[in-house]
Write a protein of this length. Sequence first.
Length: 161
Amino acid sequence: MFNAFKNSIVRFIDFFYNPFSKLMDIRTFRYLACGGSNVVLDTFIYFISYNFILLRQAHTLMGLTFQAHILAFAMSFSVSFPIGFVLSKYIVFPESELKGRVQLFRYALLVGSCIILNVFFLKLFVEYLGWYPTPSKVITTGIVAVFSFFSQRKFTFKVQM
């Protein structure tokens, strides 16, 4: 059943590939489709969590108070992290022969690195260069997406020769 679902996703993504085939290879297109979809899902969950579940208010958990934007990030991340891993493992980089636990560990390291890069570039662009936050976020996302793609291809889901 999983293979049928996986194959359906691959066929759906590949259906839209033809107009982009001269611009990029199929793996890059699948990466953009999967990653882009996961970003949209993450943003949607963040929005719903922040505005409607947490009601934009801080909450105390286990004696610690967390701001709503941090809790909403944790909620959206808890969904987007495993979905991103599964899409990368089975749709974008299925030929990798590394063990799943190795891939998961490497993926977690990569995601941690991407979080650090996001914070670094946003602080650089907004706080030090004085750029507007939204264009800064767009540029940061582009930089981090390129870094993430090559890191996943060469490290997280590397094909052993």
